[in-house]
Design a protein around this ligand. Structure first.
Ligand code: GLN
Length: 498
């Protein structure tokens, strides 16, 4: 099946009619990966034999009379998992030298639910080490390249998941989003990236970065596929006490409802001159599409948006430094070799120094600093205050003004060149300005392809982001789907050119 036309419904139809089999679909996807992934580095590991076995099991069930629908909503759909989502097969490395050999004893709830829904897991996708980064460059495996232009970053930290979907290797992938890691690469790779309300998808088996912000999200080529994957994996889970104990609802039921009567808020920040001019132009055209479809656009102010980056990087690093304390050279993963005279403290230090990459070490140091006695009040506690203010800005927009979504560009511009910002971490942190608010406030958010901006002799994709009120996934996905249908920018497979 041609990757451009492979969607979840088209897979189901083709399996039901006998036009193809899950095994053929799996072989085709593996073939594309083998042919092109050496120039992209989307995958850290593949589980080809296991995937083919699973596919044959599905084919046997279909051959014995079961419909693909009865097998599950994702029957036969090849997927990639970000390599910080645990699988009880293969390795779960988090793209870190520290966990290079780590084999998880259990699978994440999201992994299990994907397989229960009939999806075929092909392998583990590349990422910035421990999901810390915005470019995919901080992988101990290899930097992932953007399928639209391999001299550029794909965005991160779900770099491999986004590149795998964008290049047409798989129609669907899972990522994780702590401050924008699903939406930013989706924008830069020309695909749809969705992070639900905090707690909608179980974090059990997602390797923790910053637990109060982490959320598993989806990457795919359409909002409809996004909705189908989301509702297959979301919902209560006794293994994660922060998982919301409420049914997810039917996300596909409302998608086709028009936008008339819906209010879309446009914050001042969406028109800020820190955004690249061509990206601003695309955003302006997207607003026109929304207005032409009958949505009411309202100007609003996210008064604390400017402070959100500082608050995010304070809270995220504080939580990261505490979550990463478990990598001590004793319990998991890498262990440094010691001389006779060395002590336990030296084992910790050496193991962490040798096996954690530069960005992860920077985050641990930042996090330890913001939590230090004498500094925590000024830094960490203030960041929590800002977090509450960011949340109250959104509350005013959703609950007082009655908006259904807040729209902004997802990123400040298209993908930049590999290495371009490597010496300037704070500039890279600033690039998350549009996305971190949704994580701080725990809100659902989605990036949808909005247009293409010129870059030399070719063009690069940029996305529009919609943020919704807590638990309003259904209306958020409807807004995104309606926009997608009218803007017509989704669904393209990148040319994978150098
Ligand atoms: N770029 C952000 C960071 O490095 C977001 C990462 C993420 O969402 N996992 O923290």
């Amino acid at each position: 099946m041609n990757p451009e036309s492979q969607s979840i419904p088209s897979t189901r139809t083709a399996l039901a009619s006998g036009e193809t089999t899950a095994e053929v679909l799996t072989r085709e996807a593996l073939g594309r990966i083998q042919a092109h992934d050496n120039s992209i580095n989307a995958f850290i590991s593949l589980c080809a034999d296991r995937a083919l076995d699973k596919a044959r099991q599905i084919d046997q069930r279909i051959a014995s009379g079961e419909s693909p629908e009865a097998i599950g909503p994702l029957a036969g759909v090849p997927v990639a998992l970000k390599d910080n989502i645990c699988t009880d097969f293969g390795s779960t490395t988090c793209a870190s030298k520290y966990l290079e050999q780590f084999e998880s004893p259990y699978s994440a709830t999201a992994t299990q639910r994907l397989e229960q829904a009939g999806a075929i897991i092909l392998g583990k996708a590349n990422l910035d080490e421990f999901a810390m980064g915005s470019t995919g460059e901080f992988s101990a495996s290899a930097p992932t390249r953007n399928p639209w232009d391999t001299s550029r970053v794909p965005g991160g930290s779900s770099s491999g998941s986004a590149a795998a979907v964008s290049a047409g290797f798989v129609p669907v992938a899972l990522g994780s989003d702590t401050g924008g890691s699903v939406r930013l690469p989706a924008s830069m790779c020309g695909i749809v990236g969705f992070k639900p309300t905090y707690g909608r998808i179980s974090r059990s088996g997602l390797v923790a970065y910053a637990s109060s912000l982490d959320q598993i999200g989806t990457l795919s080529r359409s909002v409809a596929d996004t909705a189908a994957v989301y509702q297959s994996i979301a919902g209560p889970d006794t293994n994660d006490s922060t998982c919301i104990d409420m049914p997810t609802g039917d996300m596909l039921a409302e998608l086709e409802k028009p936008l008339e009567g819906l209010k879309i808020a446009i914050p001042d920040q969406a028109r800020s001159d820190v955004i690249d001019p061509a990206t601003r132009l695309v955003f302006g055209m997207s607003c026109k599409v929304l207005a032409d479809m009958g949505a009411e656009l309202i100007d609003v102010d996210l008064a604390h948006a400017e402070l959100a980056i500082a608050a995010y990087y304070t809270i995220a690093t504080a939580e990261a430094s505490s979550n990463l304390a478990r990598y001590d050279g004793v319990r998991y993963g890498y262990r440094a070799k010691l001389e006779d005279s060395d002590n336990l403290e030296a084992l910790y230090t050496k193991s962490r120094t040798e096996a954690l990459g530069p960005e992860v070490q920077r985050r641990i140091m930042l996090g330890t600093h913001v939590l230090r006695a004498g500094y925590a009040d000024e830094l960490y506690i203030n960041a929590q205050r800002v977090r509450r203010l960011v949340k109250s800005d959104y509350d005013a927009i959703f609950k007082v003004i009655g908006a259904h979504a807040v729209a902004t560009p997802t990123a400040l511009g298209p993908a930049w060149r590999i290495g371009e910002k490597q010496d300037d971490p704070t500039d890279v942190y600033q690039q998350d300005i549009m996305t971190v608010g949704a994580n701080l406030a725990g809100l659902p958010a989605i990036s949808v392809p909005a247009g293409y901006v010129p870059a030399g002799d070719h063009t690069l994709p940029v996305g529009i982001q919609f943020v919704g009120d807590a638990l309003s996934e259904s209306v958020l996905l409807r807004v995104a789907h309606q926009f997608e249908q009218n803007a017509g920018m989704s669904g393209r497979v990148a040319p994978v050119t150098g």
